[in-house]
Design a protein around this ligand. Structure first.
Ligand code: ADP
Ligand code: MG
Length: 502
């Protein structure tokens, strides 16, 4: 077990951690703290609740010289709440240090913040807008700010703050040390890092895709104009105990709330245009199960830890696979199954393929229970395999029993593929190449037959998508298939194979 003292932190900081009951550093802390203490720029990516504040906060505090009255470090945060939260955390870590941590944020009198800055601040924790304001009034100068942190950077992106962040970074000394912490790393944030950081060390604590395993995922292709109506149908069919419905915009969220209300559904919206008070009210009502459906934007729902959400509905397709994982992670918590249903317009159809590739899972088309019954799982494949349907019936109860409490009937399994629960008679392999690499089904079948020496009857399903493919083989052959084909070339391109996570 690594202890905080092994990371090179000062006794005064360690004492504060002891008093706070921090015994062991979290993974992001264990990796980021030594890097930052060594003076490197760091990009730290880890899910919400993994201790990112101390990961940058402890090295930041250790870096400060209490005798120097200038602002030596700044932390930029996207919202007032986070600004206050980070300030409180830094103050608690700095309990035994002679340093002042000052918070500046909008929605509070600027004068008192100005006077706090005048009486000395070693660290300023700020929202972007208020910092710009204070700089323009010359109440805050950053010429000595050599330690700069962008916290929850992906939320700044959502709020369209990047330009201001860049302006602030340009006001800081060029020899500064910069740390960027975020739960996800969308391209604009990556670009910001590339432009404003010096040879950063990237530390990525991969989110537990585990959660994804317990989640049955499906998509629905529907024209934009029919989405609301389709959603109502889906809710009727799925009967969620509680669902979070994600929209991309605040306006979208309140519109959808109105539409669903008009249909008599028990729904509340949660988005950034609401006052803090009413947001808190909605959250409490949802947590207490007094509201069944929550329509939320990503920001509003970020960091929410809500148990027992049976359904996550992506009413608007998430704009990155990370956001997808983030969103659907709200369901399927320990020991329960959850359902995640993603709406796409015909033009967005390709997005599903992208998510399937990134998350290495396959997402089937959503079906009503009638359709599922009619089809029985994957009818096309069943017929190809010529399997007796009795076997399917035998297997299903067992599979459902495997899932927690059986609170979902076996028919719930259907569109997730009856053979995804591990002891099915096929194993699904992920292949990193697809149509785009000029590979088609025949090529893959050929590779399986000739390269992995599989008999035809051991090859069950080959599905070629745009950028990657899935093949299903007999479990007994899976290991050999990976061993023989992984890293070999097909049509001149190196192919990688691995067992698909489901
Ligand atoms: P993040 O920014 O990654 O969402 P936070 O920094 O807000 O996470 O930390 C989440 C919670 O975990 C906080 O309540 C914090 O006090 C606590 N925490 C952080 N690091 C540790 C640790 N090493 N040991 C115990 N608790 C910790
Ligand atoms: Mg944080």
């Amino acid at each position: 077990m690594t202890a905080f003292k092994d990371l090179g932190l000062s006794p005064a900081i360690q004492q504060a951690l002891d008093e706070l009951g921090f015994v062991e550093p979290s993974p992001i802390q264990e990796e980021a703290i030594p890097e930052l203490l060594a003076g490197h720029d760091v990009i730290g990516q880890a899910q919400t609740g993994t201790g990112k504040t101390a990961a940058f906060g402890l090295p930041l505090l250790q870096y400060l010289d209490p005798a120097d009255p200038e602002v030596q470090a700044i932390v930029l945060t996207p919202t007032r709440e986070l600004c206050i939260q980070v300030t409180q955390a830094l103050r608690s870590y700095a309990e035994h240090l002679e340093v002042e941590v000052v918070a500046v944020f909008g929605g509070a009198p600027i004068r008192s913040q100005q006077s706090q800055l005048r009486s000395g601040a070693h660290v300023v924790v700020a929202t972007v807008g208020r910092m710009m304001d204070l700089m323009s009034r010359h109440s805050l100068v950053l010429t000595s700010a050599r330690f700069v942190v962008l916290d929850e950077a992906d939320e700044m992106l959502d709020l369209g703050f990047i330009e201001d962040v860049e302006k602030i970074l340009r006001m800081c000394p060029s020899g500064r040390q910069t740390a960027l912490f975020s739960a996800t790393m969308p391209p604009p944030i990556q670009k910001l890092a590339e432009g404003y950081m010096y040879d950063p060390t990237t530390i990525r604590i991969t989110p537990k895709t585990l959660t994804v395993d317990a989640i049955q995922q499906a998509f629905i292709e529907v024209p934009a104009k029919d989405k609301a109506e389709k959603l109502v149908d889906v809710l009727k069919v799925e009967e969620p105990e509680q669902a979070i419905i994600f929209t991309r915009t605040k306006i979208g969220a309140s519109k959808l709330e109105q539409t669903l209300k008009a249909k008599g559904l028990d729904v509340k919206a949660l988005h950034g245009d609401m006052s803090q008070g009413s947001r808190d009210g909605v959250m409490i009502a949802f947590k207490d199960h007094r509201v069944r459906l929550l329509v939320a934007t990503d920001i509003a729902a970020r960091g929410l830890d809500i148990e027992h959400v049976t359904h996550v509905i992506n009413y608007d397709v998430p704009n990155s696979s990370e956001v997808y994982v983030h969103r659907i992670g709200r369901t399927g918590r320990v020991g329960r199954t959850g359902r995640a249903i993603t709406f796409v317009t015909p033009a967005q159809r390709e997005e599903i393929g992208r998510i399937e590739r990134d998350v290495k899972t396959s997402i089937g088309e959503w079906e009503t229970p009638e359709e599922r019954l009619e089809h029985a799982p994957r009818p096309r494949r069943r017929r190809e395999r010529g399997e007796p349907s009795e076997r399917q019936r035998e297997r299903e109860p067992a599979a459902a029993g495997d899932r927690a409490e059986g609170d979902d009937g076996p028919d719930r399994d259907r569109d997730a593929g009856g053979d995804r629960d591990g002891k099915a008679e096929t194993v699904k392999l992920f292949v990193n190449r697809g149509e785009r690499s000029g590979i088609d089904e025949e090529d893959l079948r050929w590779a399986l037959r000739e390269g992995a020496v599989l008999p035809d009857e051991a090859i069950h399903d080959v599905r070629v998508l745009h950028r990657f493919s899935f093949v299903e083989v007999d479990p007994a052959e899976a290991e050999r298939t990976v061993e023989f084909l992984d890293g070999t070339k097909l049509k001149g391109k190196e192919i990688r194979l691995e067992v698909a996570r489901s």
